[in-house]
Structure formats: C-alpha cells, structure tokens
Design a protein around this ligand. Sequence first.
Ligand code: NAG
Ligand code: NAG
Ligand code: NAG
Length: 372
Amino acid sequence: MAALTNIRRSSWVYILLSLSVFSIVRVTAGPPPVETIKFQAPDIFPGGFDWDDKHDRFLLGSTTFGSLFSLSLDGTLNEFVKDSDYAGKFAILGISVDGIHNRVVAVIQDLNFSAPVFSGIAAYDLDSNKRLFFTRLDTVVLKEGEKTLANDVAIDAVGNAYVTNSFGNYVWRVTKDGTAAVYAEDTILTTQPVVVNTSMDFYGLNGIVYHKNGFLLVVQTNSGALFKIDLNDAKVHNVIMRESLPSADGLVLRGDGTLVVVTREKVLLLGSASGWQAANVVGTVVLNSSDFVTSAAMRTSTRTYILPSYSSEIWGGMSRTNFEVREIQFAEEWQEDTPIWLIVVIVVAVLVVTAWRFQMAYFYKQYRRKRA
Ligand SMILES: *[C@@H]1O[C@H](CO)[C@@H](O)[C@H](O)[C@H]1NC(C)=O
Ligand SMILES: *[C@@H]1O[C@H](CO)[C@@H](O)[C@H](O)[C@H]1NC(C)=O
Ligand SMILES: *[C@@H]1O[C@H](CO)[C@@H](O)[C@H](O)[C@H]1NC(C)=O
C-alpha cells in the first residue's frame, strides 16, 4: 500500500511540475512592454533625433520648420532652437548629442534636391541653447559646382563631427570649433551596385556612427553596403556581410557593441566578432514602411527608440498632427531567455523526480525487508 501511495504522489509531482514549466514559459514568452512617447505638433515632421542624457529629454530636428525641439518622456514638446539663419528655409536632418562637450550638432540641408543651394552644420550648447558654430558644407566639395546632400552626423571623443554627403558619397569632418574639410573619399564609396529601386535611389552615404575603438561605421542607402572608416588614416573598408542593407538610413550603436540599422521595411540589429571587418544580422523588428522611420537612438545602453518621420506624407502634400517616438525590442533578445528558463526548470524537475524514485526504491526495499 505504501508503494502505491508513493506512485500516486509522484504522478502529482509530475503534474505540478509540468504546470509550472508551462506557466514559466508563458510568462517569459510574451514581449516585454515598450514605451511610446506621443506628442502633437502640426506638420513638425521630425527627421532626426537623439537622447540628451544630462537633461533627460530627446532632441528632435524638424524637416519642415528647420528648428530643434526638446521632447520629455511625458510627451511635452518645446522649441529648443530656431535659428533665423536657416529656420523656415531649410531642413534639419541628422542630429547628434555630444554629451562630453555639452552640445548638440545638427545637419542643415536644402531639400530642393534638383538644385540644393545649402548644406551645413550647426552646434548649440545644451544648457544655454546658444549657437557655438554654423558652417556651410556646400562650398567644401571635391568638384566645383557639385550638388551636395548633408545627411547624418556622428561625433568622436574630441568633438569632431563627421557628416555624410549622400550625393557626393564622401564624408566631411568638422572640427569642434566648426572648421570643415572633406575627410574620407574612396572609389569603394562610389562604385557599389545600386540595389534600391525606389525614388530614394539617389541617396548614397547616409547613417553614420562613431565607435570608441577609433573608427566610423557608415551605411549607403542605395547599395545597402556598410563601410568602416579607420580614424587613424581615413581608409575605407567594405564590411563583409551575407546580406546587404538596402534602403539603410539611421544608425546607432548599443552598449553591448551591436549596431542598430534602420531601413524602410525593418530595423536590423547587426553583430560583429571581428571588430567590424565582417558583420551579420542578429535581430529584426518589422516596420510599416509608410511610417517612414528614419532614425534610431539609445536612451540607456539597452533601450532603443525609433522615430517615424512620415516623410512620404509631406511629399504627398498631406498634413499631420500626431507624432511619436517609439521604443523597440528585438524578439531575438527576449526569446533567447525562454530556452534557458526551460532548461533550468527541466533540470530541476529531473533532479526532484530522481530523488523521489530513489526514496521510493528505498521505501520499497524496507517494505520487502519487513515482510520477509
Ligand atoms: C527647386 O529648384 C529649382 C531650380 O532652381 C527651381 O526651379 C524650383 O522652383 C525649386 N523648387 C522649389 C520647391 O523651391
Ligand atoms: C525597378 O524600376 C524600374 C524602373 O522603374 C522597373 O522597370 C523595374 O521593373 C524595377 N525592378 C524591380 C525589381 O522592381
Ligand atoms: C501601415 O500604415 C498605414 C498608414 O497609417 C495603414 O493604412 C496600414 O494599414 C498600415 N499597415 C500595416 C500592415 O499595419
């Protein structure tokens, strides 16, 4: 009788264990909550943004107004800089917060792409909002009279800004005091096959980031190529990838060393085990291409945010009031947790059941000994 009771009891243990396995898998398998910061601002159409850690706010650049705005986490939007030298005339595209030097750097561009008359960059103090420099880039060119499209910007540790030229397919460097020069040019940057087959096919170099190990990473929208530019010698290397990044736009590096790449259809997470000689896709978040997400920013080392620009609505002559900054999470990250939990729980279950069986065998032996 004692043996029978033990068997019944052990099947109850089995049932309880499977129930707990199920509940733990269910708890960890759901996507974690993400934050959306909504705000209302008629026709602001922001194109670039970055997180200002010191002041706990995002800074956004408007393509339509050519001014900078601050956005707090509760959705409060305030004008940060409206510079009469270009506001109302040209767009702000890429922006980058340089926390070390307490400034924000903004790329300014004439969006009349058939005959742009202005490309430039400006820097403002994060506390006083005062302008630190304002520099023209359309006059700093390789060939007299060439068209320029200043697009995105990255800042190194000493405050140099690196700006991509989407028309010329080279990179300008602008020193901390605002002196500009062509910095990196290479036939690698002008000879990649164009794979994008949309109205965006004239966009060459676009998103750019600075890596603390002394190099830049840059994407090319129309070819989907990723380049590494060594800051020792300004040499350009093609990063080897199994799949290219067509329609790639904004970039941001995460605290764990992975690279977030915004494309029209999806946000990709890239990893590299070779110091960015080669890279591969390790995560994906699918986007609605009509949201026209252009840019990504990190709020902490792990929290990734994207900015829908809804740009195609400007070209369609439409009006919009509702905008947002959206946090994203790569499914590959939180799904990775499930098997680990599962393995831990199964191991514990096996140990418990094995212990039960040993105990039962012991009781059974004793029971037989008593009977004998
Ligand atoms: C763009 O530039 C061209 C050439 O200068 C000009 O004819 C056209 O009116 C401009 N478009 C706009 C919207 O300003
Ligand atoms: C690319 O665009 C061209 C011209 O609009 C068109 O003829 C061609 O079919 C397109 N190819 C693809 C793969 O969509
Ligand atoms: C994408 O966004 C557009 C415009 O807001 C909407 O009409 C469409 O249903 C969305 N598509 C998907 C797959 O959510």
